[in-house]
Design a protein around this ligand. Structure first.
Ligand code: UGA
Length: 441
């Protein structure tokens, strides 16, 4: 099948590479000339395990290419995927500028029947807006070319995107057209061999499914964080409670890891957008609002613990921060808890010595050169001359430490663990003051 994908960001690239890998002919379009030039030279601008190989393999096989030529892209595929960004507007709603721009572009160049596939995470009702935007341009061109718009949300986790695309739990398609249904069955056929993955539904249901899924997962996280904070006050240990509740299959163990708050490009943005959609529909979503509030509070947790540990005397202190990315196996620092921590530390007059296996360049890009930030090349270099260690991300490389050595290395024996990596007893036995999430002092 011939497929065109608008937007060579994270979702567009994974979708393009995975669809090419099962034999489709794919063209990826992006307005950023530099990005297209880099991709065409086999350079992948984002870190995602396996993606670079998949892209170069399929480029070499002639099934995947990149261009800025939108006219060529529109003429090429029967399926026109829209995988451009939908950043948060100031009020939390999703900004549809890029999505609607692509719709206009498709309308400008369309000469035959096309199926527009909304892959970007877009609010309920966007498919109708895309439809209207295309129809308007066609009308201006004096054409009545047929087209359909469907919704096909992505459920890709950063760090496991290729696995999620190839072996995800479901492929959701929102459409009421048989023609679209058949085309989507053909497109995803290789990923639906047991014929059990495709879920067809109404367009609005598909659009809402995406937000409901992310909001549900974010709810689990905020819920466990709330209980963790309660556990601290009540003298319980959240790790024991987590096992206690997770063993009930109706609850399950996944997404109930307490921590320093969820980050990334999806949960924060999608939870806010759903809250905004609900508000605009005249049905404020109380739970969704609370999920967001609990999370913003949780992101301050590490700073609060540090503040308490040093009796508010943080000015002039050097704090080692392990983990900058919002989660392991990515270099993404969008909405990462490490950022709230570092920004509060700087405000309090402290210095940060940070280490992350992948996100150091991203951190430099975000914050530039500054006197109160040292980016260490090695994990243990970040500890040199530091008063305390704070762990923000659960990278594997942080799980094994010689605690005796750690106590001797830190100027003050303070370890604040935002991911509950260690046993409080072991660290206390090594003479360290250990503060984790929901585990008492
Ligand atoms: C999330 C969803 O998991 C994907 O299904 C979805 O497709 C994607 O958003 C999207 O909308 O594109 P992602 O943001 O890559 O994927 O990351 P997750 O692995 O879900 O983690 C999100 C955040 O939750 C991280 O900061 C992580 O540390 C935190 N988290 C996760 C917890 O604090 N506790 C947990 O138990 C699980």
């Amino acid at each position: 099948m011939k497929i065109t994908i608008f937007g060579s960001g994270y979702v567009g690239l994974v979708t393009g590479a995975c669809l090419a890998d099962v034999g489709h002919d794919v063209i990826c379009i992006d307005v950023d000339e530099q990005k297209v030039a880099r991709l065409s030279a086999g350079e992948v601008p984002i870190y995602e395990p396996g993606l670079e190989n998949l892209i170069s393999k399929n480029m070499a096989a002639g099934r995947l290419r990149f261009t800025t030529d939108a006219a060529e892209g529109v003429a090429f595929g029967l399926l026109q995927f829209v995988a451009v960004g939908t950043p948060s507007d100031e009020d939390g709603s999703a900004d549809l500028t890029y999505v609607l721009k692509v719709a206009e572009t498709i309308g400008q160049h369309m000469e035959s029947y096309k199926i527009i596939v909304d892959k970007s995470t877009v609010p309920v009702g966007t498919a109708s807006k895309v439809e209207r935007a295309i129809a308007k341009v066609l009308e201006q061109r004096g054409l009545s070319t047929e087209f359909d718009v469907c919704s096909n949300p992505e459920f890709l986790k950063e760090g496991a995107a290729i696995e999620d695309f190839s072996r995800g739990s479901r492929i959701v398609v929102g459409t009421d057209s048989e023609r679209v249904k058949n085309a989507m069955l053909e497109c995803y056929g290789p990923y639906n061999r047991q014929r059990d993955k495709m879920l067809f539904m109404g367009v609005r249901s598909a659009e809402l499914t995406k937000y409901a899924a992310n909001a549900m997962l974010a709810t689990k996280i905020s819920f466990i964080n709330e209980v963790a904070n309660l556990a601290e006050h009540l003298g319980a240990d959240i790790e024991e409670v987590r096992h206690g509740i997770g063993s009930d299959p109706r609850i399950g163990y996944s997404f109930i890891y307490p921590g320093c708050g969820y980050g990334g490009s999806c949960f924060p943005k999608d939870v806010k957008a759903l809250a905004h959609t609900a508000e605009a529909a005249g049905h404020p979503a109380d739970m969704v609002n609370a999920v967001e509030r609990v999370n913003s509070r949780q992101k301050n947790k590490l700073f609060e613990k540090l503040y308490e540990a040093f009796d508010g005397q943080l000015a002039g202190k050097t704090i080692a921060v392990w983990g900058l990315a919002f989660k392991p196996n990515t270099d993404d620092m969008r909405e990462a808890p490490s950022r709230s921590l570092m920004e509060s530390l700087w405000e309090a007059g402290a210095r940060v010595q940070a280490y992350d296996p992948e996100a150091t360049d991203e951190c430099r890009r975000l914050y530039g050169e500054r006197d109160d930030l040292v980016l260490a090349d090695k994990r243990d270099e970040a500890l040199e001359g530091a008063h305390a260690l704070v762990i923000c991300t659960e990278w594997k490389a942080f799980r094994t430490i010689d605690f005796e050595w750690l106590r001797k290395t830190l100027l003050e024996p303070v370890v604040i663990d935002g991911r509950n990596l260690f046993s409080p007893n072991t660290l206390k036995a090594a003479g360290l003051s250990y503060y984790a999430i929901g585990r008492g002092d």
